[in-house]
Ligand binder design. Structure first.
Ligand code: MCN
Length: 758
């Protein structure tokens, strides 16, 4: 019997998306709903002198609420002891605004268009204060966002006793800096929420989210309700990329539904999304690497400065993951990391595809290339000389992560072979000799990342319906990742049913008992495993019942996975299929016996790894970069569905390339946002991407019975440094050692001009 696991099964959810039958919060019919519009500060830092709502209130059917009217306390900093808890975010700013986009008023109207008009008529008198988007300036205290606290620092970790002689024994020491620039997560569907109080007084909230159950609990807390008094429903979600968790706007919408007694809804525009949804990355990574003349690394120091925007959220915690993953795929004897997070007058930051791990990889992979350049070695050789050896796992790095399993050299060999590395270097040599205007750059990266980083637990609940089909209720929440297909495959494989006979239910807190949701590329390795374990236990129960009905011994009864029938060993003629078994149980009033809940918690996070090669052509006259090829090996252990996994890699790689070459949220020196939509923000399309070359490698993790690790973010983590390294490699003959991201156009041209001038 061929298992469905590992087959390229087409995504069952795609039909409804492709024919426009996806149902998003905005598609919800909510008769008599009020529309919410937010009045947002145009100033990045100002005292609020007064708010005049009279002109807006003169419009028909318009209500305006300011800080005084909104009876919600504060949106607190995540309760993580590392983080300064004294900078909580007000739902509506009262005395001061700390970033452009902060909410200063809430408008309720009968239509969205009326709301936009009314919001413009709310006059706020601001007294501007000095503002900055530069975390180095706030670190130095040049602008104080919280003068009463006397500090802008949210988080600071450092070795208790820094080693002053860290690099003393090194023959070669190189320093550098990577600015992991601020990015806008930019899901296709912006944020959207709606809420209504039912006749029974219960509150239902529809959210475009990744974490329905956590949001239900959060809403209950903010509104002073019991979790059971709130139902969260997450319909289809058009992407989250780490950025769609409960936000202040969602809470205000829910609060307003109770306050007004009417349904209330809000969907933001693209510009509002760029201003209001949290941003990602925004870290400055200063590093020093030291080793021998032949490229053996002996010591590494990383200094992380994270910009967490005006109000600290999870963004302030992400440097923890950068710190943890600082060593990358290398066995480095001595590592020191200092991590700081500070506030600035900008949109708050939070998780965005990779969330803290891209930063670690970007730093170490640039450091390796700089070391290679310094000693005149091939960057592939320097990597090989330092990989954690495949027989060293589980391996604990000097930065404190324990990697489950890996073969980093194997991944690099595979990707170099697929790329035709030698031939590429040959072509590069020819172009350099000819002094071609279009130079070739070849960039490498080798990475390891952490998935299920908090080692969480997830629910899988499998039940057999009267017609013999199965239903899986999962606490994971697919918002683009294809769980309706892959989780159905996992259950179908255990039950011996066709994939289409397994329905996957998710996202409704009344229908799914509990859940943590989807982030950190953890769903398959916990939610998927919980589903597998529940299905396995269900088969065991069913086998016993079937044995009873068939009047044969339990030990002699088997489930034929090819046909989905229980029968005696060697006697397939007399048996019970799932529909037959379900029918008998239904008749006997016992069908509920075929219902199993299972929670799976992995002992620790898993560590997917891989290697990427990027090939770029740089026009040395204009600085324009064209990505010619991108080849990747991403090892996520056992793959449930290669089609879906490759899709995840494609999306991830595109996100990684976008950071390396295109995207950047830009503020001016007074912290005004300069890119408020896709005209200014260079969100790339398929036209800017080559056809990705994906090479498979499978090293199952021992951490769960499926052997699966996460794949949702890997491509992003591997791609960015490979592409950045490729751009620098292309212009290396000019003596250029580094170009900041997005490394394209003007930045490359400036570097070339400077180099030529020199
Ligand atoms: N998969 C597989 N074999 C594996 C691992 C995964 O076949 N060994 C499949 C899974 O079953 C699932 C998909 O690949 O269908 C991704 O699974 P997994 O790696 O477990 O990640 P999650 O489902 O937890 O997804 C989260 C991850 C994150 S953190 C971000 S950010 C991200 C991403 O997924 N955001 C996305 N991919 C996205 N894809 C889309 N379309 N939209 C987003 O917002």
């Amino acid at each position: 019997m061929v298992s469905v696991i590992g087959q390229r099964v087409l995504r069952v959810e795609d039909r409804r998306f492709l024919v426009g039958e996806g149902k998003y919060v905005e598609n919800l019919e909510l008769p008599n709903a009020l529309h919410v519009s937010f009045v947002r500060s145009p100033y990045p830092h100002a005292r609020i002198v007064g708010v005049d709502t009279s002109a807006a209130l003169d419009l028909p059917d318009t209500q305006v609420l300011t800080a005084e009217d909104v009876e919600l306390q504060v949106f607190p900093t995540p309760p993580i002891p590392l983080l300064n808890q004294e900078m909580p975010r007000p739902f509506v700013a009262r005395d001061v605004v700390r970033y452009a986009g902060e909410i200063v008023g809430v408008v309720l109207t009968e239509s969205r268009a009326a709301g936009a008009d009314a919001a413009e008529l709310v006059f706020v008198d601001y007294d501007p204060l000095e503002a900055t988007a530069d975390p180095r300036r706030t670190l130095a205290g040049e602008v104080q966002l919280y003068p009463d606290l006397g500090t802008n620092v949210v988080m600071h970790t450092a070795p208790e006793q820094p080693d002053g002689s860290l690099f003393d024994a090194c023959e070669v020491v190189v320093s550098g800096s990577v600015v992991s620039q601020r990015l806008a997560p930019s899901p296709m569907e912006p944020r959207s929420s709606a809420a209504a109080v039912g006749e029974d007084g219960r509150l239902t909230v529809w959210l475009s989210t990744q974490t329905p159950h956590q949001d239900r609990d959060g809403l209950a807390r903010f509104l002073g309700l019991e979790p059971g008094e709130v139902r969260v429903v997450a319909p289809d979600v058009g992407g989250g990329f780490g950025a769609k968790t409960l936000c202040v706007e969602d809470v205000i919408v829910a609060w307003l539904a109770r306050k007004t007694g009417r349904p209330v809804r809000w969907t933001e525009s693209r510009s509002e999304n760029m201003l209001g949804m949290h941003h990602g990355r925004a870290s400055i990574l200063d590093f020093t690497i030291g080793g021998t003349k032949d490229g053996k690394i002996e010591a590494y120091r990383l200094d992380i400065l994270a910009d967490c925007g005006a109000y600290p959220g999870i963004g302030a915690f992400l440097p923890h993951f950068t710190d943890l993953m600082a060593s990358g795929v290398y066995a480095i004897p001595k590592i020191e990391v200092q991590a700081r997070a500070v506030v600035t007058n900008t949109t708050p930051t939070g998780p965005f595809r990779g969330a803290g791990r891209p930063e670690a990889t970007q730093a170490i992979e640039r450091a390796i290339d700089l070391l290679a350049a310094e000693i005149g070695a091939d960057p592939a050789d320097v990597r090989r000389a330092n990989f954690v050896s495949p027989d060293a796992f589980p391996f604990t790095t000097a930065s404190g992560a324990t990697y489950d399993i890996g073969d980093y050299g194997g991944a690099l060999d595979l990707v170099l072979e697929a790329a035709g590395y030698e031939a590429l270097r040959e072509e590069q040599r020819r172009r350099r000799e000819r002094n071609d205007a279009r130079q070739l750059g070849i960039g490498l990266s080798a990475y390891v990342e952490i998935t299920n980083g908090l080692a969480e637990s997830e629910l899988g609940d499998v039940e057999i319906a009267p017609d013999g089909t199965a239903t899986l209720r999962t606490g994971s929440f697919s918002h683009g990742q294809g769980h309706e297909t892959t989780f159905a495959m996992i259950v179908a494989d255990k039950l011996g049913l066709p994939v289409e006979s397994v329905e996957v239910i998710k996202g409704d807190t009344d229908d799914v008992a509990r859940g943590t949701g989807t982030y950190g590329s953890k769903s398959t390795q916990i939610g998927g495993v919980a589903a597998a374990n529940a299905a396995e236990e269900l088969v065991e129960r069913a086998r016993q019942i079937a044995a009873d009905y068939l009047e044969i011994g339990i030990a002699d009864t088997v489930l034929d996975l090819g046909t989905g029938r229980f029968h005696g060993i060697g006697a397939p003629s007399r048996g019970l299929s799932w529909p037959e078994l379900a029918e008998r149980l239904q008749k006997d009033g016992r069908l509920d016996e075929l219902h199993v809940e299972h929670d799976f918690k992995a002992a620790s996070p898993s560590f997917p790894f891989g290697a990427h090669v990027a090939v770029v052509e740089v026009d040395t006259e204009t600085g324009e970069v064209e990505l010619l090829r991108h080849i990747s090996v991403d090892d996520a252990g056992t793959i449930i569905n290669p089609l879906v996994a490759h899709g995840q890699v494609h999306g991830g790689v595109a996100t990684g390339i976008a950071q390396a070459l295109f995207e950047e949220v830009v503020y001016d020196e007074d912290a005004n946002l300069l890119v408020g939509n896709f005209v200014g923000y260079a969100f790339p399309s398929a036209a800017e991407m080559p056809s990705f070359e994906v090479v498979d490698m499978v090293t199952p993790t021992p951490l769960n019975p499926l052997g699966a690790k996460g794949i949702g973010e890997s491509g992003t983590i591997g791609a960015t440094p490979a592409v950045q390294n490729a751009v620098v490699d292309a212009v290396a003959p000019f003596g250029i050692r580094h170009i900041d991201m997005p490394a394209n156009g003007e930045r490359v041209w400036n570097a070339l001009q400077e180099a030529r001038g020199a």
